[in-house]
Design a protein around this ligand. Sequence first.
Ligand SMILES: NC(=O)c1ccc[n+]([C@@H]2O[C@H](COP(=O)([O-])OP(=O)(O)OC[C@H]3O[C@@H](n4cnc5c(N)ncnc54)[C@H](OP(=O)(O)O)[C@@H]3O)[C@@H](O)[C@H]2O)c1
Length: 286
Amino acid sequence: MKAIVITGASSGIGFEIARLLSRNHLVMGIGRNKTNCEKAEELILSENPDARIVYFVADLIQQHEVNRVADEIIAYLESNKNIQLHGLINNAGCVRSWYTTSDEGYEQQFALNHLAGFLLTYRLLPFIIKAKGRVIMTGSQSHKGIKMHWSDVMLRKRYNPLTAYKQSKLCNILFAKGLDDRLEDTGVKSYVVDPGLVKTDIGNKQTGGLVNLIWSIRKKHGVSPEVPASTYEFLLEKHPAPPGLYYCLFKEKAYSRQVTSENADKLFSLSQKLCGISYDRREKRL
Ligand SMILES: NC(=O)c1ccc[n+]([C@@H]2O[C@H](COP(=O)([O-])OP(=O)(O)OC[C@H]3O[C@@H](n4cnc5c(N)ncnc54)[C@H](OP(=O)(O)O)[C@@H]3O)[C@@H](O)[C@H]2O)c1
């Protein structure tokens, strides 16, 4: 049986991907809130009693929580040998109006939107390689028109919510490129999906004042989260694996010129340091 891990699967885009994929796969969803995860599971099963779905609760802003939930997922996979981890969708994301940090001291948008996926992918990599699976990040068109702030990547000195968000979305593509380059010989493929403007509550959760107001107006023009969900299914299932990195509505799209090998390698090294891991050493052990 093919399993797909989806982060941020309790609402918005991640929930719709879970609803769609649980028809044909075992979906292992991750959400930060137990009640929201239970509601999501109940809704999916009430519509489709044959859906295969299991939720794990973890606050992925915190690295110790990413490691804990990775341990739980690994234990699940090891005790169900018939399950192959065919895909990992790093989708969980947040917006923060103010500079706030994780328990490890990392800015929260950078921590959740980028580092959580970087660390979770590392932890689950042996299973993904074994299944020649696919890793997909939820990116955004907003990554265009920004450069990495290498001298202050967490924007400690001059925080701006939109700059932090855009940069975290640029990190999604740089990570996908870095991963793709490193795993070229393994049969694993990485992508970023740009879901377009989607009507979700992302900008209304733990935000305040202006960010909350702007998002409440902006999201009215968004599409339903069902619209982007099928592009994830396409990228997971299509054989041979579609070429390229960045997709919107089934089509490969151009991404920022900031997505270079140099920037991808620089982000890879920095993220390894911030997570206390080494992909290179892990790869050699496989
Ligand atoms: N909406 C758009 O127009 C748009 C456009 C481009 C890209 N995106 C990207 O799409 C992704 C999903 O966003 P969305 O719009 O679907 O927003 P959403 O409805 O708020 O969904 C975010 C998901 O992430 C979960 N989450 C939030 N903080 C978490 C944490 N600390 N630990 C674990 N899970 C956490 C949420 O849990 P709860 O259910 O408990 O809140 C929810 O399941 C994000 O990466 C976002 O950057 C969105």
